[in-house]
Structures are given as C-alpha cells and as structure tokens.
Design a protein around this ligand. Structure first.
Ligand SMILES: Nc1ncnc2c1ncn2[C@@H]1O[C@H](COP(=O)(O)OP(=O)(O)OP(=O)(O)O)[C@@H](O)[C@H]1O
Ligand SMILES: [Mg+2]
Length: 319
C-alpha cells in the first residue's frame, strides 16, 4: 500500500538564508502527490530533507514511527531502503552502462546472486521501456531515456516511497506526457507512495491526487488536487494558470512597483479542472475518487467545463 510520510513544522535554512519554514503535510499512502513551485524555492532541498540527506533546522519527518530528522545514522540507513529516488540530474554513473547503473543498488545493498539481480534489473528495464538499451552508456542516450533509467534504478529495491525530482524537466511535450503516463502506470502496479516535484503545470494538473505549492519560503497549500485547482489564492492561481500577473515574479517575489502596476489587472477566470491521467491498462488509479467529489463535499463550485472527458491532457489527446 505504500507508507505515509508525516512532515511537521519542517524548517530549513542555509546560513542565514531561510529556504522554507514551518512546512506541514502528510503524503497519503499509495497516492500520488505533487509539490509545485517556482525555480529556486527549495523543492530539491525538500526531497533531500525527506530522505535525511539534509538536516532541517526544526521539525520532523515521521515514517513508520521513525523521525528522519533526528534518528541515528543506523536507523536512517534502514529508512533509506524504503525510498526510491529519481534525482533531478539522473545521478547516473557515466562510466557504467545502463544495466550496471540499474543493478547498482542491488549489488550495494543486498547479497542477491547475479542471476536474481539480472531478473530484477530486466523486469524494471521492461517496466520503463528500456529493454535493448542495457549496454548503452548514460552519455549515449537521450534525456528522456536517462530519466527512465533513473526510474528503473529507483525501483529495484521495491521502494515504499518514490520521489521524483522534476521527472519532466528538459523533455519535449510528448516525452513529458509519456513520463507522466509511466508514473501513473507504475503507481497502479506497485504498492508505493509517490511524490513528484515539478514546475510543469500540465503535470501538476493531470497527474497527482494531491497538490502542494512551495512559494515565498513556505508551503502555500497542500491538499486534494481539486482544492488547489479551484483555489482563489493569488499565487496558486497565477502559477497553476501560468500567468505573468500575480505575486510571483522573476526574482520569485515582485517588488511594490511591479505589483502597483498590476493593481488594476484582473486575473483571468480559472481554467476547467481537467480529468486525471488514467493507467494505460484501463485499471482505476490507486487513489481514485469520483471527479468533482472533493468540490461537492466541500461546497466548492469548480470552474465551468471541469471534469469533461475531452478536457483530459492525457498522452494522445482526449484518451
Ligand atoms: N547544499 C546547499 N548549500 C547551500 N545552499 C543550497 C544548498 N542546496 C540548495 N541550496 C540553495 O537552496 C535554494 C533552493 O534550491 P533547490 O535546488 O532546492 O531549488 P528548486 O526549487 O529545486 O529549484 P529548481 O526548480 O530550479 O530545481 C537555492 O537558493 C540554492 O542555492
Ligand atoms: Mg530542483
């Protein structure tokens, strides 16, 4: 089913630079959550703090009763085995072929014989569509293939929690859609909790069950996708609609002059909430709830035209 990750009051700074403060959220087990945020807001720092690679100033990250932020090195080592991570740059060993890269965690963390390792590696390579590319070096393949190889490597230890750091960055729209579909398919096939950080709005609108947004050194919101996609909060609205006008500027926050200039600008209406991308084998999503249910239960009127099948941004158009 995957495990829950409970983050409470998490605060991180480097020297006197506060990255984000007082972040509180729970990743629901087995569901897909997205943390969205402009560049430089500390999304990668957040992921690294979840796996204990960076220590927060304050707060806790509790996984199965253990607080990653304060536990001993030995406990951390055990907790890390629950994670599969796709780092932003892929973090592949350049001199190792894809097979050895994907096999690496198994050789490092288990005593499995090579025959079993081969079976696991090939199964994961097949899941991400890389059979036939085993002997290629990371430098010889496209960015999209490197991302998929990174995902395969993240899967070999059968993780309970999978973290994706910008799985869609640097990919063309078709490859982005294919990676999104791959993530949805994996989620329906394996028992794990998924967290994706991205600044891709299409991904954020169609892939997750839950969305959070890091902005202005805090978590502006975290909750059911329908909550964020129908939100009137200016920064959330600006970001999810890719608008220039709003509180987010090139330097993340706009100065007063810029905001004054925009004072009379009216935000365009919210676009309809699209349907979620579905698993390609026709199974329901693991965290499936009826479209519009959250809005109904919370008395929120979704933007006109929401939840129409044709609104889906799934790969291949309307499907
Ligand atoms: N190890 C570190 N030491 C000092 N500062 C750091 C360190 N790691 C990250 N930072 C700073 O933390 C801030 C957030 O960085 P981070 O990489 O998490 O941003 P991001 O949201 O992932 O951005 P992007 O979308 O561009 O990947 C940046 O200002 C960065 O310079
Ligand atoms: Mg990053």
């Amino acid at each position: 089913m995957g495990v829950a990750v409970q983050v409470e009051g998490l605060t991180k700074s480097f020297g006197n630079q506060l990255i984000w403060g007082d972040v509180t959220l729970t990743l629901p087990p087995g569901e897909i959550s997205v943390i969205l945020g402009p560049s430089g807001t500390g999304k990668s720092v957040f992921l690294k703090t979840l796996i204990g690679l960076l220590k927060p100033d304050r707060g806790s990250v509790v996984i199965e009763g253990t607080d990653v932020a304060t536990c001993k090195e030995k406990e951390l080592y055990e907790i890390r085995k629950l994670f599969g991570v796709l780092f932003q740059d892929g973090a592949m060993f350049g001199s190792m072929n894809l097979y050895d890269n994907v096999a690496f965690p198994l050789r490092e963390h288990t005593k499995k014989p090579e025959s079993e390792i081969r079976q696991i590696v090939m199964e994961k390579m097949e899941m991400v569509g890389l059979v036939g590319a085993e002997t290629k070096l990371p430098g010889e393949i496209s960015g999209g293939m490197r991302k998929r190889a990174g995902i395969a490597r993240g899967l070999v230890l059968e993780p309970e929690i999978i973290l994706f750091d910008e799985p869609d960055s640097g990919l063309d729209p078709v490859r982005t859609a294919l990676i999104s579909q791959l993530i949805i398919d994996l989620n329906s096939q394996i028992d794990a909790t998924f967290l994706i950080v991205t600044h891709d709005i299409n991904t954020a609108r169609t892939v997750p069950d839950n969305i959070g947004m890091l902005y202005h050194q805090h978590l502006a919101m975290f909750g059911h996708r329908e909550m964020l996609l129908s939100s009137d909060q200016p920064a959330v609205r600006q970001f999810l609609n890719a608008q220039k006008a709003g509180p987010i500027g090139m330097t993340e926050e706009k100065d007063e002059d810029e905001l004054a200039q925009e004072a009379h600008y009216e935000m365009p209406p919210l676009p309809p909430i699209p349907m979620q991308v579905m698993p390609s084998d026709g199974r329901p999503r693991r965290g499936q709830r009826p479209p519009g249910e959250w809005c109904r239960q919370n008395g929120v009127t979704p933007p006109p035209g929401s939840f129409r099948q044709t609104m889906s941004m799934a790969p291949g158009g309307a499907a």
